[in-house]
Every structure is written in structure tokens, then in C-alpha cells.
Ligand binder design. Structure first.
Ligand SMILES: [Ca+2]
Ligand SMILES: [Ca+2]
Length: 457
């Protein structure tokens, strides 16, 4: 099939509808009060019972924070959140991933407070350059005692054309200053996001090009420093204005910070990138019934449908009450017939230990010619990658059906190691139907989709 086809139908859901903060906050703060509560300034059990609900919530939040990893988002307005619809920067999405997805307790730290997320602390200062951060960082580190620092700085130096030639050296010194001020901490330093202005972007590219050498020299000295490349991950479409990402850009930044935190914190535990059973509070589709590319496939013969559908239904589920329903109708027995629909908007770096799994319930033989597919940032896809499932069948809708291991009217597990795609980045998750031979209706469900990095054996 031809990849050069744009989405032709369907609706894009707003980002915030996918981030269900209320449920998240409830789950985070639902932990029962344990020993640290009884020993704190709130006093004994009697005193705790008499504490107002609001105070008790704050009290329990502090108890949770005590066990959390202290992470300082450090930088300028891009850390503060300019260009973000909620002034949350990447911090909201990163919190959702760390706490809601990985189940990892974190405590954002810093002297600033902005955004719409359960923990709004940060150290992002609008308009600040490297030298201005360096002038204040010692005090902030002493107060906040971060265990991990996420450093995104240098954009204003480039924007102001301020001592550009010495910027890499000044960044180098700032990293050492942070390591000295927060002994034991890990610094994750970003190659900063691009700018829409060509001259500024050129200076940013030169600055960024010096960062890998800085980081490698520190690693060689045994220092805890890592790097993430925000420059190549964001495109012009991810920018809200000359210098600042929009919500899409901030979501990509969160994905990259999240992947870097895996290398620091995972320590052999499974690290999820997407885990969703289409239930309330879980990752929801970004697109409903949205065809990316299709030929000779129409709507399921019902209700005036004209295209392949792909959206959650509370009809049948492998887990919970909801699953992703798919349906359509194959119109050609001789030529190609397929429909690939957009479902999830993601930014997932694939590692050697990344595994995809999902459950599928085809309701007829035609319904077995269905598989999840990925659109990668480099333009390639999963279906043509040669990746196979646990039975050796390619993870391609046609080969899934021809493999004949998907049973009709049953839930079937499909599991595939993605290691051969290591280094690629998943941009979108699609659901595809593809069957050159045969015609007729197809329908079924997909549930419990997981893309996780598994612990090394
Ligand atoms: Ca905090
Ligand atoms: Ca489900």
C-alpha cells in the first residue's frame, strides 16, 4: 500500500481529554496513611482523625513525596511552559507517565510553581540564560536536594546571540556545578529544541552539536550525566512560536525525558511505554474511526457506514469493560484491499528489549486479517519490517490472517519482540485490515495493548 496518503476522515481528540487528572490525582493520593503519618507533626491518631480532609490530603501527599524520587525540571521558559495550553510544559505528561504509567513515585522540586498537574514545582525561569541559572543554582540545589536534574538550557543564549562561542563551555561548567551541588544526582542534559527562526536555529544547531562531546567526557570521568536529543525529535509543527513548543512538542519532550529516566531508574524492572485496556483513566485513542490509507474497503454493512471503524466500545472486553472495536467491508477479491486507521499518537523510542503485545477477538475469518501497525518517525512501518509474533507470523494484517493461528470468537494474544527495530521511534499506532483475496464484512475487538521494555534476562 501507499504510505503517502493523509488522514481523510475522523476527529482528533484534544490532548487534555486524554489526560485524566482527576482520576490520576485520586489514585496517587489514595494510598493509605502509613507510619510516617503517625510520626509527623500532625500528632497521634486522635489528632489525625480531627484533621480536616484538606489538611489530611496535604499530609498524605507529603508522606508520599517522602518516598519519591526528587526530580528538578531546570531551565528557562520551555521548562516553565510557555506555549503550553496549561503552562505545564513537558511536566504534566512526564508526571502522568512516571506516576500513572510506570507507577514510579516522583516529586518534582524547585522554587517555581506553575501548570495543571498534581505536582507543579519546577525550576524553569523565563528568559534566563546559562549564566543566570549558574548564578542561582547552588541555592536551589541546597534547598531542593534533587536526585535527578532535567536540564534544558541555552535557548536564550542563542536567541539573544549572547556569547554564543562560549556557550558550550558555560554549559559544561554548569553541569559540573550541579554535580557538585547535588552529590549523587544524575544530570540529564538536553540538546535543546529547535527554533522557527533560521538564524537562531543555526546557532542552536551549533550549540547542540557540542553537547555530545561534553556529556561523553563526563561519562568517561565516571560522572552521572546523560543526554537526550530534543532537537531532532521536534519538528516545526511541534512549535507554538519562534522558541517554544506547543502541546504536541511538550508531549514529545516528556517521552524523551521518560525514556532517559528508564536508564536511571528502571533497574531491571519492566518499563511501560503504552499500557492501555481502553478503560477510563488509561491512554485513550487520539483518533476515532480515522482512515490513514484505504483502498477497496468500505463500512461494515450496517447503519450507512462508509469506512473502516476503529473506536472503543463497551460491548466485549478482554479486561475491564471496554475494547477497541474494528469493523469494515472488503470490496475486492482480486486487487489489493486494505484500510489502515490511526489510533494512538505516541513518541516511543524502541530499544533492544521492547516488546509489543495485544489481545484480539475476530468475529469471523475476515476479522483475523487485522493487526496493529506502527508509523515510525523515519517513515517506515511495523507491517513491512519483518517483525514476527510468537508463532513466527509477521505482524502484518495479511500475514496474521494467513497464519491461521487467530481463533474466531476467542481472545488471542499476539506478542512480538521489537528488538530488530531498536533505534527507531514509534510516531503513531495504527490498526490495519489487509487481505488481497476474499471479500465481505469483518469485525472484532482489540484490547490490553502493551508496549514495554522488558528486564534483561
Ligand atoms: Ca513537589
Ligand atoms: Ca479493556
Amino acid at each position: 500500500m501507499n504510505d503517502n496518503v493523509v488522514a481523510e476522515s475522523g476527529a482528533r481528540l484534544p490532548l487534555l481529554s486524554r489526560l485524566r487528572w482527576a482520576a490520576l490525582v485520586a489514585s496517587v493520593f489514595a494510598a493509605s496513611c502509613t507510619a510516617p503519618c503517625a510520626n509527623s507533626e500532625a500528632g497521634d491518631e486522635q489528632g489525625l482523625r480531627e484533621t480536616s480532609p484538606a489538611l489530611r490530603t496535604a499530609h498524605e501527599a507529603r508522606a508520599n513525596e517522602a518516598a519519591a524520587v526528587a526530580i528538578m525540571p531546570l531551565g528557562d521558559s520551555i521548562t516553565h511552559g510557555a506555549g503550553s495550553s496549561t503552562t505545564s510544559s513537558y511536566r504534566a505528561e512526564l508526571w502522568q507517565r512516571m506516576v500513572g504509567l510506570a507507577g514510579y513515585p516522583i516529586d518534582f522540586v524547585g522554587s517555581q510553581r506553575d501548570g495543571q498537574l498534581p505536582d507543579i514545582d519546577h525550576e524553569g525561569h523565563s528568559g534566563w540564560r546559562i549564566d543566570q541559572i549558574a548564578a542561582k543554582i547552588d541555592g536551589w540545589l541546597a534547598t531542593s536536594k534533587p536526585q535527578i536534574v532535567l536540564l534544558h538550557i541555552g535557548t536564550n543564549d542563542m536567541n539573544q546571540n549572547y556569547q554564543v562561542g562560549t556557550a558550550p563551555d558555560r554549559l559544561n561548567a554548569l553541569i559540573d556545578q550541579i554535580l557538585a551541588g547535588a552529590p549523587g544526582a544524575t544530570v540529564v542534559v538536553a540538546q535543546v529544541v529547535p527554533a522557527l527562526d533560521g538564524a537562531i536555529n543555526g546557532r542552536i544547531a551549533t550549540f547542540n552539536a557540542a553537547i555530545p562531546g561534553i556529556v561523553q567526557s563526563k561519562v568517561a570521568q565516571g560522572k552521572r550525566v546523560r543526554m537526550v536529543d530534543m532537537f531532532h525529535a521536534l519538528s516545526n509543527a511541534d512549535l507554538a512560536d519562534t522558541l517554544h513548543p506547543n502541546d504536541s512538542g511538550y508531549a514529545k519532550m516528556a517521552s524523551l525525558w521518560y525514556a532517559s529516566l528508564e536508564r536511571i531508574l528502571a533497574d531491571g524492572r519492566e518499563w511501560p511505554h503504552v499500557v492501555t485496556g481502553l478503560e477510563a483513566g488509561q491512554t485513550a485513542p487520539a483518533w476515532l474511526d480515522t482512515v490513514e490509507a484505504s483502498t477497496n474497503v468500505g463500512g461494515y454493512p450496517c447503519c450507512g457506514l462508509t469506512r473502516m471503524e476503529s473506536s472503543p466500545r463497551n460491548e466485549l472486553a478482554h479486561g475491564g469493560v471496554s475494547a477497541l472495536m474494528y469493523s469494515g467491508s472488503d470490496k475486492s477479491a482480486s486487487g489489493p484491499s486494505y484500510s489502515y486507521n490511526r489510533v494512538f499518537d505516541v513518541h516511543i523510542p524502541i530499544s533492544t528489549d521492547t516488546v509489543l503485545s495485544y489481545w484480539i477477538y475476530p468475529q469471523q475469518a475476515n476479522g483475523t486479517f487485522v493487526a496493529l501497525d506502527f508509523a515510525m518517525t523515519d517513515g517506515s512501518n511495523l507491517r513491512d519490517s519483518g517483525v514476527v509474533d510468537q508463532f513466527g507470523a509477521r505482524v502484518h494484517p495479511q500475514f496474521q490472517g494467513e497464519g491461521k493461528h487467530l481463533a474466531v470468537n476467542q481472545w488471542n494474544l499476539v506478542r512480538a519482540n521489537l528488538g530488530r527495530l531498536a533505534g527507531k521511534t514509534i510516531d503513531r499506532i495504527h490498526l490495519g485490515y489487509d487481505q488481497p483475496a476474499n471479500t465481505g464484512a469483518y469485525r472484532g475487538y482489540v484490547d490490553d495493548i502493551r508496549i514495554v521494555d522488558t528486564p534483561a534476562p
